[in-house]
Design a protein around this ligand. Structure first.
Ligand code: F6P
Length: 330
């Protein structure tokens, strides 16, 4: 009887349950033997400490539209993998031990970049792991579209749409913070869809004078409001020119909760326009998968599920030294 493990690692997103359901359903439909399923709790923590539940196929029924993850998740930073925690536990040997004790044929790991690096490390240690690319940020190496991304874009766009009406009624400038510390895919897509007048993303350092001139130009044309979409990790040209150390110090010295407040204050001071901040925050990861992302579940499900049932071995190393994995049961 094939034995598989499932875990969800890192920040959650909308389609984790839908993807696990897809994997299990495909295995049930394509494996002639029954499959034994172990669900690890709270990501790699469950694998490290042997916290798991044996699961039945019916545990995955009715969860297609449910957000979050039925297994729970946590962050286990890749860079700390070889550093024992406060309890002295060596993480990699502990994970290997759990995997081997359960005699797993394969572990399905739903995670983003850091979690996939850990999966790659475990793969090099001899574990069979399939990593499925999850994150609202859409920045997992080696994949064009991660599950979670389109749902997050939909939530963020909805937020911008809603702000549009109130900004228009009051004739205000709105600065909306959208998730994305390192990459700006969500603010870019949602900003375009929501008709933002300026979109600031980490990849393109901004200049305050351009934001101000955008607002003033709109005002001179008679526009009552302006919407500026700002990624969490947006950075000014001046900041981009700083050393890492200087930039870190600048962030430590920031007295406002985040960059949007500084930008809003600067806009109000320079233009004299009443300016407000809006932050959808973790709602961008909340709720169930939105319809626009549904098409993703199928390929992900088939890739994940079929690779086990067909017993393919598809593992490759990237030039970067780590990978988007696919690798399989003995
Ligand atoms: O990686 C997904 C993400 O939602 C990022 O967009 C965001 O910057 C970060 O996680 C927030 O992390 P946390 O949930 O730990 O506050």
């Amino acid at each position: 009887m094939p034995k598989i493990g499932l875990l969800t690692s890192g920040g959650d997103c909308q389609a984790l349950n839908a993807t696990m359901r897809g994997i299990v359903k495909t295995l049930m439909n394509s494996c002639s033997d029954p499959v034994e399923i172990f669900g690890f709790e709270d990501g790699y923590q469950g694998l490290i400490y042997g916290r798991y539940r044996t699961m039945e196929p019916m545990d995955f029924s009715g969860i297609l539209t449910r957000g979050g993850t039925i297994l729970g998740t946590s962050r286990t930073p890749f860079k700390l993998l070889d550093i024992p925690g406060q309890d002295g536990v060596q993480k990699v040997p502990a994970m290997k031990k759990t995997y081997n004790q359960l005699k797993l044929d394969c572990l399905f790991m739903l995670g983003g970049n850091g979690s996939t690096k850990t999966a790659n490390r475990l793969s090099k240690e001899g574990l069979n792991i399939i990593a499925l690319p999850k994150t609202i940020d859409n920045d997992t190496w080696g994949t064009d579209l991660t599950f979670g991304f389109t749902s997050a874009v939909e939530v963020a766009t909805r937020c911008i749409d809603d702000i549009h009406t109130t900004a228009s009624s009051h004739g205000r400038v709105f600065v909306i913070e959208i998730m994305g510390h390192k990459v700006g895919w969500i603010p870019l897509y949602a900003g375009i869809a929501g008709g933002a007048d300026a979109i600031l993303i980490p990849e393109i350092p901004y200049e305050m004078k351009n934001i101000v001139s955008t607002i003033e130009r709109r005002m001179s044309l008679g526009a009552r409001f302006t919407i500026i979409v700002v990624a969490e990790g947006a950075i000014s040209k001046q900041e981009a020119g700083m050393s890492r150390k200087e930039y870190r110090r600048r962030l430590q010295e920031r007295t406002s909760p985040s960059i949007v407040y500084d930008i809003a204050a600067e806009i109000e001071k320079t233009t004299g326009r009443e300016t407000r901040v809006a932050i959808p925050g973790h709602t961008q990861r909340g709720g169930g998968p939105r319809r626009s992302g549904s098409h993703l579940r199928d390929p992900v499900r088939r890739r994940g599920g079929e690779s086990l049932s067909q017993r393919q071995v598809r593992y490759h190393d990237s030039a970067a030294g780590w990978i988007y994995v696919s690798c399989i049961a003995r």
